[in-house]
Design a protein around this ligand. Structure first.
Ligand SMILES: [Mg+2]
Length: 375
């Protein structure tokens, strides 16, 4: 059996500035400050046969330097390995970091390598990542999140929704979970009235309610035909989500804050959600994501991955059940390519691998870089 070898790995730590500070309910209630930048770890892998793979992961707020430092520790262990052996290499990296566990920032470093290895594998095969995984569709319904944050008046939210719809986006998400619950209900009702009955609307409370408040809110909006209510209670309250999911007509969605495949499995086992919201970079990359997606499909769940449309679009395309991809413009400046959107859907890229190349601008936002192996 012929074998390829990883000969070089380049790491970059990138700080992407956001055009304006971002606030959700966690800022409104004082647990977090508005967010002004996204920290990214880029991994570029080169093989002896001349193949290349690029992957990345991200951290919001604290932890980006830890992610980068862990990647510095892991990179030397991949030099000389066959880049095709992805699950084995995932395990090898996890064992190197066994004492920092199989969740959180440890797997978020692993995830960038894992994604780079999948990118290389697809490029080696001359296939897009979706085609390598086996797609069920070549376009995935999409909704916009960035137009419905707090600090945006309901008139602006409605105008942003109209703009998204005019740009071919099907659904609209709005943030809720501020201390004034009645004001939230007014905003959601106004958006439904503005958009009419047919447009999919999702709402996202970012974990700011207790179970009873979430149930009261859910009942108050249950006749608005919302697509889902996201993170109504603590991300780690599997039973609370299950109770709401069983007792409301509106499906519950959650999963973005969980940082391991195992913790998201708990949401499946507890029947906590109608829509599972895994985040591939956050749980260790494409390998654990696809494993989890198999379990979610068996349980009959719908899939709505969190953030990072650049990675999640091909993964959603390979999901057997219904799915949505979240439209976020934030990461667009990092790459040369743009995702095409029309008729309510993101078009799955047909370029080899992830179909992404790092932009020149990204090199200017790079605050640290390291190289391992030799060219
Ligand atoms: Mg959310």
């Amino acid at each position: 059996m012929s074998q390829d070898k990883i000969t070089q790995i380049a790491l970059s730590h990138v700080l992407l500035p956001l055009p304006k500070p971002i606030s959700d309910a966690k800022v409104m209630t004082g647990v977090q400050k508005p967010m002004t930048e996204v920290s990214l770890l880029f991994v570029e892998i080169t093989s002896q046969d001349g193949h290349q793979g690029m992957g990345f992961g991200y951290v919001l707020r604290a932890g980006g330097k830890a992610q980068y430092a862990h990647a510095q520790d892991l990179a030397p262990f991949l030099i000389g390995e066959d880049p095709n052996d992805i699950p084995r290499l995932w395990e090898k990296m996890a064992w190197q970091g066994a004492s920092v566990g199989r969740c959180g920032v440890a797997v978020q470093a692993i995830g960038a390598f894992d994604t780079a290895l999948w990118d290389m594998k697809a490029k080696r095969a001359g296939l897009s990542l979706a085609k390598l995984l086996g797609p069920y569709r070549d376009a995935v319904p999409t909704y916009n999140t960035s137009g419905g944050y707090f600090g945006t008046s309901i008139e602006e939210v409605c105008a942003n929704a109209d703009r998204s719809r005019a740009n071919g986006i099907r659904g609209v998400k709005m943030k809720v979970g501020q201390p004034d619950v009645a004001e939230d209900i007014r905003r959601v009702t106004a958006l439904r009235k503005h958009l009419g009955d047919e447009v999919p609307i999702m709402i996202d409370a970012n974990q700011q309610w207790d179970r009873e408040t979430a149930m009261r809110f859910g009942r108050a909006v249950d006749d608005l035909s919302l697509t889902w209510i996201e993170e109504p209670v603590s991300a780690h309250d599997y039973e609370g989500h299950a109770w709401l999911n069983a007792n409301l007509d509106t499906p519950i969605a959650t999963g973005e804050m969980l940082s391991s495949q195992e913790s998201l499995q708990q949401l499946i086992d507890h029947r906590s959600v109608g829509f599972l919201q895994p985040d591939a970079p956050r749980i260790g990359g494409i390998t654990p994501f696809m494993s989890l997606a198999g379990e979610a499909a068996k349980a009959g769940l719908k899939l709505a991955p969190h953030f990072v449309m650049e990675i999640h679009l091909p993964l959603a395309a390979a999901y057997p059940g219904d799915c949505w991809v979240e439209h976020f413009e934030w990461l667009e400046p990092l790459f040369e390519e743009r995702i095409e959107i029309r008729d309510g859907c993101m078009q799955v890229p047909t370029r080899p691998g992830l179909g992404l190349s790092i932009s020149e601008q990204t090199r200017h936002w790079t605050v640290a870089s390291d190289r391992y192996g030799s060219a």
